[in-house]
Design a protein around this ligand. Structure first.
Ligand code: 9G3
Length: 574
């Protein structure tokens, strides 16, 4: 392609509100343009990358035995009412009415649609198992779209849905998808780690895994073991109990709780300083409203409450919010900072690390007073004990006896779920088994954020000059740059190489603009096309300058040698 005609409007500076480097670079390099918050146009360079990502996803999904189809974005509200989800989702679900005033939703996902299709079209076990997938635009009215394509309101997703006749069948399908995801991300040049995840609102009986692209901008925190392959989303991560002392062997010798005067000493840090103790000797009392009901949660002073775990304890509560100071005073009579578990007339959840404490310090539920020698198992007998905290860095690994947990940030680019019969029962997708008995299909669902991948790859592949695309998904393979288009010799050599490479199926962007060399080189580095060939003064001797975008080394070599190196590099992606 000739760059003089290419629509790729570059920007010298990134717009102020773009915090993520991928967002800045995709805007500056003319790959995307925002139409509205969280809604983007993919300009030609961005669209070329997106289509290559789709192509790799298709190849691996087809190879894994899935069949591609395309479902509508406009979904009748009735389906969401049948599944019971119409009222579960709030403003995030974009709703509209048609000209006959019938209610629709713009599809944020397609469990309802695909399950209704299979209900209507598949009745016999002979037609199962089947895995159907699409690559299609999803709509989710995020409250705070941000970081460009990383969190949009209209985005491209590959979503697949499997229907099996047994849990063993689902298991086989699930791991086949899991393997296909590994192949997809590897081929796209994305450094991804699979982590155990929380099934969340989607429910479903089985485990789920998320595929996290490691990047500091990522909104998710991954806890992974320094020694074994344990890795989990922080939402679900557990700590091993290696080395945790149990308190029961010392219950008897601890004296009764004793009030201590702590005038205006409210925070963990103030208490640690004033009482000369460690945060792990403190009991932190949090009051939260879970589905509107007040609950007290106790965690050690050096730990944090894990909201997802608390919601799961209450059977997947939809709402969780911290109580504000007035609510706390109204409910407990205690000022914030002096709140404690003893004498608290609320349901109390105590994290297991608190239950193990002997002689902790807690609020006394009286202004300016705390209690020491609190022995939770003895003094808070009605507390429900469980795992209610976020793991902390250096906690022991829950799986192996050697490693400890380390944190990384990640961008969720894939998510695979075992759904079981959650949707097939609600929507009646059943089959007659070999004995003629009606059974609900056992489902799984598998998503990849295709447009999000574009940004995740940019987050992982850039340098000071701009984007650095992996060859398999780059918008072009070679950036061919004649230094001066007025120089006949240079242009002839460039044209000849352009024809030669194009004839071999190499995608070449020829910079035929009448621009100064410096501008051409800066734009080439910004676009991030993996191989650069500069045709300059030595064109007359048949020599060009060859450079890989992800290396600093430049070589002046004969034109035919450049062709050979380019073909050799192309062979590396098959
Ligand atoms: C909604 C809205 C937002 C949503 C959902 C429903 C996320 C919703 C979870 C999934 C699960 C899987 C198939 C592909 C892989 C992910 N956000 N989820 O169900 F109505 Cl507004 O989408 N679906």
């Amino acid at each position: 392609m000739r760059q003089n005609t290419l629509l790729a409007p570059t920007l010298r500076e990134a717009p102020a509100d773009s915090e993520a480097i991928s967002h800045q670079l995709l805007l500056r390099a003319g790959f995307i343009r925002q139409l509205a918050a969280g809604i983007y146009t993919y300009l030609p360079l961005g669209w070329r990358v997106l289509r290559k990502l789709e192509s790799i996803v298709r190849q691996e999904m087809d190879a894994a035995g899935a069949q591609e189809l395309l479902m509508p974005a406009m979904q009748p509200a009735e389906l969401w009412q049948e599944s019971g989800r119409y009222d579960v989702y709030g403003p995030e679900l974009i709703r509209l009415s048609d000209r006959h005033d019938r209610a629709f939703a713009l599809g944020p996902t397609h469990e309802e649609v695909i399950t209704a299709l299979v209900r209507d079209e598949i009745q016999s076990y002979r037609k199962l198992p089947v895995t159907l997938y699409q690559i299609q635009t999803k709509y989710r009215d995020e409250r705070r779209p941000r970081f460009g394509l990383l969190r949009g309101r209209e985005f491209l997703m590959k979503d697949a849905y499997s229907f099996d006749t047994s849990w063993e069948g689902l298991n086989r399908t699930y791991w086949r998808m899991y393997e296909a995801y590994g192949a997809i991300f590897a081929r796209c040049g994305l450094n991804v780690r699979p982590v155990e995840a929380d099934a969340g609102a989607i429910g479903g009986e089985g485990s789920t895994h998320e595929f996290m692209a490691l990047a500091d901008i990522g909104e998710d925190t991954i806890a992974s073991c320094t020694h074994c392959d344990y890795a989990s989303n922080l939402e679900k991560a557990r700590a091993g109990d290696r080395g945790a002392q149990t308190s029961t062997d010392r219950t008897s010798v601890i004296p009764q709780p004793e009030k201590i005067h702590t005038p205006n000493i409210r925070t963990i840090n103030e208490l640690v300083a004033a009482l000369d103790i460690h945060a792990n000797e403190l009991i932190k009392t949090i009051v939260a409203l879970v589905d509107g009901k007040p609950v007290a949660i106790l965690v050690r002073g050096d730990h944090d409450v894990n909201e997802i775990k608390v919601r799961h304890y209450f059977g997947g509560a939809a709402n969780f919010e911290m109580a504000d100071a007035d609510t706390i005073e109204r409910l407990t009579g205690a000022a914030v900072g002096f709140l404690g578990p003893i004498g608290l007339d609320l349901p109390i959840l105590a994290d297991i690390a608190v239950a193990r404490m002997s002689g902790g310090v807690a609020g006394a539920n009286e202004r300016d007073f705390h209690l020491r020698n609190v022995q939770p198992l003895r003094d808070i007998p009605h507390a429900q004990i469980g795992d209610f905290r976020n793991v902390a860095e250096r906690d022991p690994c829950p799986r192996c006896e050697e490693g400890t947990l380390a944190f990384n940030r990640g961008i969720e680019v894939g998510h695979v779920f075992k759904l079981g019969t959650k949707y097939s029962e609600k929507l009646g997708a059943a089959f007659l088994n070999a004995e003629g008995k009606r059974q609900a299909a056992i489902m799984g669902c598998y998503g990849i954020g295709v447009s999000r991948m574009l940004s995740a790859i940019a987050e992982q592949n850039h340098d000071a000059g701009g984007l650095v695309w992996p060859l398999a998904i780059a918008p072009f393979h070679v950036h061919l740059i004649p230094v001066s288009i007025k120089d006949e010799t240079q242009m002839q050599a460039a044209e000849r190489l352009y024809q030669e490479l194009s004839a071999r199926g190499i995608e070449v962007l020829l910079d035929d603009r009448d621009e100064r060399p410096g501008v051409k080189f800066k734009d080439a580095d910004l676009f991030g096309i993996p191989m650069q060939v500069v045709v300059g003064k030595q064109a007359g001797e048949g020599l060009v300058e060859f450079k890989f975008r992800n290396q600093t080394l430049k070589n002046t070599i004969p034109i035919d040698e450049a062709t050979r190196r380019i073909m050799e590099k192309m062979n590396s992606i098959g």
